[in-house]
Design a protein around this ligand. Structure first.
Ligand code: ADP
Length: 590
């Protein structure tokens, strides 16, 4: 039940939220396997609530930026990446001039471009120093859960492409140029694996909160040492004013400027996460499936289940191991494959074992019932032999009576040996070990002999036996067995008929087929019962109620004998009206 439940959950997850599950696992692994500790090379200079309060709010943002840039020039960072768009010209020309001067005075400046419709909104020309570099400030937030796990390293508006702000900052920090190939991007010796599929994407490996130092914009002077030679990301962090906040893979709400800094740190450390190759995923899943298959091939029951559980455990652990090697392995496929193959193999094994068990059980019961039948059949002749021999030994009997009794012993012991022979034959027939005798014999001889034997039994119930049409034709096979079969049909007809009725035997010979029918006026059967009478040990309720003893094995033997002779049995019957059993056999061409 538990396995079915888990499979259901996996199935649902696989069908509906594969990305969510993979994302969730990715975030979990990022937390569990954090990037190795490095001292950061970047500083976030934050325009925070305190700064906005002291410097007349958002309306004076440009004034704050100008002041910060001037202060930063004194602190001498290596690169300044500005995360405040300056697309529009300000209204106050004096303030604009001041800002333009501050921008001009900033060494290694990266300025933000934002997509507006299908065009780049670059900084206003007056505010853009000739040597300033432009970088785009868009994040790639996941469409299913809104978490910003990736950075688009490049972004195009028509044919006009911009590198990401953090990437440009990285390039300036390295003092190098880009070298592009379809598979990756090289910057001053760092190979960034970011294939060109639409945009080149970088998985940001977030450093834990607080690892990248944040300097409040009004306290630059006090932290000059911290800033010198570093890459500064200047942007708004105030909760109320920053309009580019997002959720990172630790589920922390962070300002955009921090994400740019994190993206820069990922690039700088050069420890990139790359998605697993499709073949790696396929082969790993195949290996898991083969492993689970082997477990159920070699083991069964609890040892198999427990080992399969280990396999499932491995499937949970595989993505972690890959993650440690910098490879992002999708979480769902191995887990789903391990669970589903385990459940499938376990189910198969369960049913396979059950089927085998049922088979041996039915064989056992068949054998038991066959012995039961033989014992039952042997009881009558044995009692007769016993009784006769006892009488003979105890009493001084007249010669005629002695002869009669010894004849009886003789015929009953013959009957006994016939029963034993039939029992053995039928057993061997059932196991397919017996080769039928293949001798020609006259069908009429079989019918006559059987009718003769049944007549005294029929007379006891005042049942009249009729041979309506003479039988003709030569059959090939085992005469004894065929006699057993036909005798059985006749005794059944007598057994399951009320007294003073008639049993008719008819025969019909056409198209190389001989049909011998036994029709009675007995208790009959309904359609449902008809379907089961050839099953071993089946007896109808009506037959049980009639008081006639039986084992329910006779007809199954009859059917085997007839089919082994290449024939079949047709039955028609109606409750209370009677039954007609027809043996259909091929005859020897004359
Ligand atoms: P048995 O007679 O020992 O019970 P059989 O295998 O010969 O076993 O027959 C199986 C069952 O088929 C009988 O128990 C009886 O219910 C039903 N049956 C067989 N022949 C007849 C018949 N002529 N009329 C009604 N029911 C029959």
């Amino acid at each position: 039940m538990a396995a079915v439940g888990v499979c259901f959950a996996i199935g649902m997850a696989a069908g509906w939220w594969p990305e969510r599950v993979d994302n969730y696992a990715y975030d979990f692994m990022s937390k569990r396997v954090p990037p190795p500790a490095h001292s950061p090379e970047s500083v976030v200079v934050a325009i925070d609530d305190a700064a906005l309060e002291k410097r007349h709010g958002v309306a004076n943002l440009r004034g704050i930026v100008a002041e910060a840039l001037d202060k930063l020039s004194e602190a001498q960072p290596k690169v300044v990446a500005l995360d405040i768009t300056l697309h529009d010209e300000g209204e106050d020309p004096v303030k604009e001039a001041r800002l333009a001067a501050a921008l001009l005075g900033t060494r290694n400046l990266v300025m933000p471009s934002e997509l507006s419709g299908d065009k780049w909104a670059d900084p206003a020309p007056r505010l853009r120093p000739a040597n300033a570099v432009l970088g785009h400030v868009h994040f790639d937030t996941d469409r299913t859960d809104g978490v910003g796990r990736r950075m688009e390293l490049d972004k195009a508006a028509g044919r006009d492409r911009r590198w990401a702000l953090s990437l440009e900052a990285f390039r300036l920090w390295r003092g190098a140029e880009f070298t592009e190939s379809p598979e990756d991007l090289e910057v001053g010796g760092t190979l960034i694996p970011a294939p060109r599929t639409g945009s080149r994407l970088l998985l940001i490996r977030y450093l834990p909160a607080g690892t990248i130092p944040t300097v409040p914009v009004l306290e630059i002077d006090r932290h000059r040492e911290m800033i010198r030679g570093k890459v500064v990301f200047l942007g708004v962090t105030s909760l109320s004013a920053a309009n580019d906040r997002l959720v990172n893979s630790y589920y922390e709400n962070v300002p955009g400027v921090e994400v740019h800094a994190q993206s820069f740190e990922t690039l700088r450390r050069g420890e990139f996460l790359t998605p697993a190759h499709e073949y790696t995923v396929l082969l790993t899943c195949l290996a898991l499936a083969a492993g689970v298959g082997a477990v159920f091939g070699l083991l069964s029951g609890w040892p198999a289940y427990l080992t399969a559980l280990v396999g499932i455990g491995i499937s949970f652990w595989v993505p972690f191991e890959f993650f440690k090697q910098g490879v992002v392995f999708p979480y769902l496929p191995p887990v789903a494959v391990a669970w589903i193959t385990s459940a499938g193999a376990a189910t198969y094994q369960h049913f396979f074992v059950r089927r085998r068990l049922r088979q041996t059980e039915s064989e056992k019961s068949r054998y038991q019932q066959a012995i039961h039948w033989a014992a039952h059949e042997m009881r009558t002749p044995l009692t007769a032999i016993q009784g006769s021999s006892e009488i003979m030994s105890r009493y001084n009997l007249p010669e005629a009576k002695r002869n009669q009794l010894s004849e009886m012993i003789n015929s009953e012991s013959k009957r006994l040996s016939r029963i034993i022979q039939t029992f053995l034959d039928v057993e061997r027939l059932a196991e397919g070990q017996m080769e039928l005798k293949r001798e020609p014999f006259e069908a009429a001889a079989v019918v006559d002999a059987c009718m003769l034997r049944v007549t005294p039994i029929a007379e006891r119930k005042q049942i009249k036996m009729f041979l309506d049409t003479p039988v003709d034709g030569t059959l090939i096979g085992d005469r004894e067995l065929m006699e057993y079969a036909f005798y059985n049909l006749l005794t059944n007809a007598v057994k399951y008929s009320p007294p003073e009725t008639e049993v008719h035997v008819t025969s019909d010979f056409s198209g190389g087929e001989l049909r011998i029918a036994v029709r009675d006026q007995g208790i009959g059967m309904d359609q449902k019962e008809l379907k089961r009478i050839f099953q071993k040990f089946y007896r109808t309720k009506r037959a049980e109620a009639s008081g006639e003893v039986g084992t329910g094995i006779g007809l199954s033997i009859v059917e085997q004998i007839v089919t082994h002779h290449g024939g079949r049995i047709d039955v028609t019957s109606e409750p209370g009206k009677g039954s007609c059993f027809t043996i259909v056999l091929r005859t020897q061409p004359a």
